[in-house]
Design a protein around this ligand. Sequence first.
Ligand code: GLU
Length: 508
Amino acid sequence: MSKRVRVRFAPSPTGGLHLGGMRTVLYNYLFAKQQGGDFVLRIEDTDQSRYVDGAEDYIFNCLRWCGLEPDESPGKPGKFGPYRQSERKPMYREYAERLVSTGHAYYAFDTPDDLDKMRSEFKTDTNPSPQYDHTVRNNMKNSLVLPPAEVQSLLEANTPHVIRIKMFPGEKISFIDMVRGEVTFETSVVDDKVLLKADGMPTYHLAVVVDDYLMQITHAFRGEEWLPSAPVHIELWKHLFGLEAMPQWAHLPLILGPNGKLSKRDGAKYGFPVFAMNWTDPKTGELVKGFHDMGFLPEAFINLLALLGWNDGTEQEVFTKEELIAKFSIDRVHNGGAKFDYEKAKWFNHEWIKKSSGQALLSHVNAQLNENGIEADEQILIKVIDLVKERCTLLTDFFEQSAFFFRDPATVDLSPIKPKWTEDKKIFFLEYCKRLKSLTSLTSADAESIFKLLAAEKNIKPGELQLPLRIMLVGGKFGPPVFDIASLIGIDATCARINRSLDLLSQN
Ligand code: GLU
């Protein structure tokens, strides 16, 4: 029987979640759901110096907003907990010690000064920042060179020390990446990474391997920035748990911005969001904009993310989450960088807004109206949304497109009408209001037929009267079909707005 598929997203709570991180979440999620497996969220907070307050809650909120809820997480523990690495601290030392006893790791007692000295001593033109590796380790203070008795007494005296992996030079390490195929590394260029720090905390390298093993992770999608760490992880798997137990990896290509790797700075420079949701750095107060706050629907966000590096081989671009779960395949994940195009991102959002019902968009639009002091009747608002959604690319566009249905426009720009304004047109609008007032309710068809009939009677082209009507009702040259507007705002508001504009026109 094959093993149950279990994937994990393992963020470090160090700040906002950018597009690349969210795409990693999504691919893990889609794969797990397609295989009927589990999607685990593990918080990798072993580097306390990089821990940022609020970052963990922020990650949960982003996942919740996108509807990518984990099956197991710190807030929803399963049987493999705890799900925060800082709470798993006592579990790791035993594995590091096991590696020491089998000769694959060693104790290192070097002080920060010793390390600085090593860096300046071994620095050359071709190697400006030497690493702690097989070329220098024999000159350092570690259990590979110190006599065993001395090592023992240093340990007994609780001398601060770390445990480092011992890389064996001159070997090749390979693995099959699900996206890239076979990837090979030369061990000679890999340094002896710290596995356990002086404070007893594991580093990422040890913790990720131990936890992927203990949590029975079978597949892991992660960013390609982790590829250089793969040989270290493979060595740990080999010597701790056996390579057969190692998850299958997919290292996902970078997301590219206008100038190479997409960065926060690109967002600020070009005015597009880079994070899933707004993120304010608690230390600097710097705000990085998020898709959520810029007016994206979560359906559109995951759709555009999915296509940053994957397609289903057809022309289809708009996919529901269910379709993505059914169609996602690792074979079709590209191994080259995926270029982020904000105009295309907005296109996805526009498609999703058009696809969504007035009812589904109601709460988003209502919230914007409420923030601006407008209490809209929900039934009317649903109709308004259906009428204007074609014109909205971002959710934030709804306010301008719908506020005038519920309150008189603050200003009316009559300048496009003025040059051709005549007394006959004024008489037309006065008469139009009179006829509307004789009705009890107004359909869009009635508003239009009365308008056209009257225009014919007065011998004015209806085309010359429609722009004035639109500007009178809306305040400017925009909005959905004008008779739909008249019908929705009703007879009283239609006539009041017409009269207000007639007054303004007669004032000058
Ligand atoms: N904690 C790592 C990160 O912050 C996880 C890398 C991995 O998935 O192995 O991205």
